[in-house]
Design a protein around this ligand. Structure first.
Ligand SMILES: NC(=O)c1ccc[n+]([C@@H]2O[C@H](COP(=O)([O-])OP(=O)(O)OC[C@H]3O[C@@H](n4cnc5c(N)ncnc54)[C@H](OP(=O)(O)O)[C@@H]3O)[C@@H](O)[C@H]2O)c1
Length: 252
């Protein structure tokens, strides 16, 4: 896979899967825009680790609709074009229905959907405007195994990712005539801060047993699937959802 001269924007790229994806694109010749929300020091560290030149930080909160417009416009004015958008930023909040009060419940739903779904719809809107003008592009969305298998302690998370999958497939159909290809990667548990924060050690043990690999995914394994969907030659796979879950949850 070769991404020479490609300008790639990755949301939530300061750490975790986004960071691994940024590294993988940069290793294959891309220039990467690193979006993040708050931790500038971490984002600067990640940017400095990328091979090649021209990588740049874009500090925008994608859960705010006006910031999604500003992010894409800033990226296009900085680089002149947007070839690939990776919607990776996501949050995961516990809200067990038998434990939380109504306020916690509604906040969890609203905040999860703002970041995991509406942000993706909004960055995709502005990216599509730019890509339609420039003659095409690619959008890859980072979903989750939780979309398929249920998330009993975080139902908003599972629902947001299922909606993301459906939206991505709708956009794949709508945007193909414009040479804009849309794909999804659905990881299982992956060794990042999100997983560290949301898992108890007992849950971790159980999870390791779910996969015949008896381990979590490494962020770079998820990145590999993102790069495939964004690569030349993968156009006809538009609308696909690639599972990267160590055979822990299989669908056919
Ligand atoms: N880790 C897993 O086990 C797992 C499994 C399945 C799917 N996923 C999905 O993979 C994606 C990445 O997960 P991860 O584990 O790598 O997450 P992570 O380690 O928690 O990193 C999250 C990244 O997203 C950024 N971010 C969060 N909210 C943002 C916002 N509103 N605007 C801009 N940036 C924002 C953070 O930036 P700041 O630090 O600056 O806030 C950070 O760079 C998510 O969509 C997640 O749902 C993860």
């Amino acid at each position: 896979m070769n991404f020479n001269n490609k300008k790639v924007l990755i949301t939530g790229a300061s750490r975790g899967i986004g960071k691994a994806t940024a590294l993988a694109f940069a290793e294959k010749g891309a220039t990467v825009g690193i979006n993040y929300r708050s931790n500038t020091e971490q984002a600067q560290k990640t940017c400095a680790e990328l091979p090649g030149n021209g990588h740049h930080l874009f500090k925008y909160d994608v859960s705010k609709k006006e910031e999604t417009e500003a992010l894409i416009k800033d990226f296009v004015s900085h680089y002149g074009k947007l070839d690939i958008l990776v919607n990776n930023a996501g949050i995961s909040i516990f809200h067990d229905i038998d434990e939380v009060d109504f306020e916690h419940w509604t906040n969890a739903w609203e905040n999860t959907f703002k970041t995991n779904l509406f942000a993706v719809a909004n960055t995709s809107y502005w990216a599509a405007q730019a890509m339609m003008k420039s003659g095409g592009g690619r959008i890859v969305n980072v979903s989750s195994r939780g979309a398929f298998r249920g998330e009993p302690t975080k139902p908003a998370y599972g629902a947001s990712k299922a909606a993301m999958n459906a939206m991505s497939q709708s956009l794949a159909k709508k945007l193909a005539p414009y040479k804009i290809y849309v794909g999804v990667v659905a990881p299982g548990f992956t060794e990042t801060e999100m997983a560290a924060v949301t898992l108890t050690s007992a849950e971790r043990e159980n999870l390791l047993r779910e996969s015949p690999f008896q381990r979590m995914a490494q962020p770079k394994e998820v990145a590999h699937a993102v790069l495939f969907l964004a690569s030349e030659g993968a156009e006809y796979a538009s609308g696909t959802i690639i599972d990267v879950n160590g055979a822990s949850y299989l669908r056919s």
